[in-house]
Design a protein around this ligand. Structure first.
Ligand code: AMP
Ligand code: MG
Length: 401
């Protein structure tokens, strides 16, 4: 059985290969996507020296504290003025600075009487103040954003300023989700006898949407080798990554690993030293065209979602330029029993009190089947492999979910 960090390394190395396809999309649709090209600016940003305040442009001279107004420049309406130390031009935020003028005095710092501007006695006055210099944000030809940058609103602003109405981004991955189990019924049916609703199908499809990828519902396969084989084969044709749930434990009817091998999926690992989610499996379907990663998540509702967050989400987001949020450090509010050497991910609730102290408390009984109790949590409290029975008051790391 491999460790948590070994599993992460194997998955990331398999996913990071340059297999992602690219497409051009309009800038308005690019939020939440990842840039697949380096973008440089063909203009200086800003393109000209301009005023950062509403006020008066002057040619700085430390001995002069009053000026005569020679005119005004509204933003977007540049005109030339002769620069000399006793002349000033009324100027607005964003107005291009007239040639030879180098300093802007904010309107709040002066007293205006007819055509004269007089600096207030207590006003600060330094050369170059309140001027945004041409190219100070980015020089023409320099890189604005690198390939692999995750695009949020600040990056969209940079692309807009570079005049990129269309951008090259990585295509969203189609991620298929296939549930396995004889006991599963569709969620709109009342489960009879020993059946249960296939809740995992929906939690994992939703989690795929959470990471901005395209979920593909591949339905439910019964615990029969033939049925799993044909469901996995047809699911692989429809998607870039396949996630199955259930059938990877040690039970008599847990056929998923065997079927994966029969189909030609190479297992890179099966079982990781964690709780919940130990039976998790990861493999690669190497075919013509490109290799498709396959995750065999355990069937228990908590285990499937926790292993999705830990292994699928983290690594896909990393490949798409979005680094993981650093775990939150919190004070444990209730001792946790842990006597094995697995890495535990305890469902918990993180909160901050009036003094700003962040604390975490485990939620519910921590059974892998208790999905409603998981829905009351907002984090996974991490108890590292070597750590035993963490006590109330000790510090723990929490992964927000
Ligand atoms: P398995 O991993 O197939 O051994 O299943 C472990 C547990 O998870 C069993 O109690 C299953 O009934 C349950 N389970 C399996 N698949 C699902 C699913 N799609 N939705 C909810 N529970 C499931
Ligand atoms: Mg099963």
């Amino acid at each position: 059985m491999i460790s948590f960090s070994q599993a992460q390394e194997i998955i990331y190395n398999a996913l990071k290969a340059p297999w992602l396809k690219t497409e051009y999309i309009p800038l308005q649709e690019a939020q939440g996507r990842t840039l697949a090209e380096e973008v440089t600016s063909e203009v200086d940003l800003p393109p000209f020296d301009n005023s950062a305040m509403d006020g008066f442009a002057v040619k700085f001279n430390p001995g002069i504290r009053s000026w005569t107004i020679k005119g005004e420049i509204p933003a977007g309406h540049y005109t030339d003025f002769i620069a000399d130390p006793i002349s000033t031009v009324s100027i607005m935020t964003g107005s291009r600075l007239p040639e030879g003028f180098d300093t802007v005095i904010p309107i709040e710092d002066v007293f205006v009487r007819e055509d004269n501007v007089i600096l207030n006695t207590n006003a600060m006055f330094t050369k170059g103040m309140n001027v945004s210099k041409k190219g100070q944000d980015l020089m023409k030809g320099q890189t604005a954003l690198g390939k692999g940058t995750f695009l949020k609103s600040p990056q969209i602003a940079a692309l807009a300023a570079c005049g990129r109405g269309k951008v090259k981004v990585y295509e969203k991955l189609k991620i298929g989700v296939l549930a396995t189990g004889d006991e599963l019924t569709e969620i709109d049916q009342a489960p009879s006898g020993d059946k249960i609703r296939a809740s995992n199908l929906y939690s994992i499809l939703s989690a795929v949407r959470e990471i901005n990828m395209i979920p593909v519902n591949c339905g439910i396969a019964r615990d029969s080798k033939e049925e799993i084989k044909s469901a996995v084969s047809s699911a692989l044709e429809k998607c870039d990554i396949l996630i199955t749930t259930g059938g990877v434990s040690a039970g008599k009817f847990d056929y998923v690993k065997e079927v994966f091998t029969d189909i030609g999926i190479k297992t890179l690992f099966h079982r990781v030293n964690i709780k919940p989610g130990k039976p998790v499996l990861f493999g690669l379907m190497e075919g013509e065209g490109h290799t498709k990663p396959v995750f065999g998540l355990p069937g228990n509702p908590v285990s499937s979602l926790v292993t999705f967050y830990l292994f699928v989400k983290t690594n896909i987001m990393k490949c798409f330029g979005l680094s993981e949020q650093p775990p939150l450090r919190a004070v444990l509010k209730k001792s946790i029993t842990k006597s094995d050497s697995k890495r535990h991910f305890v469902r918990g609730l993180v909160s901050r009190d009036e003094l700003g102290v962040i604390s975490a408390v485990p939620v519910g009984q921590q059974s892998s089947g208790n999905l409603v109790q998981m829905s009351m949590s907002n984090c996974l409290i991490v108890i590292e492999e070597e750590r035993l029975n963490p006590q109330e008051g000790e510090e723990v790391e929490c992964i927000m979910i």
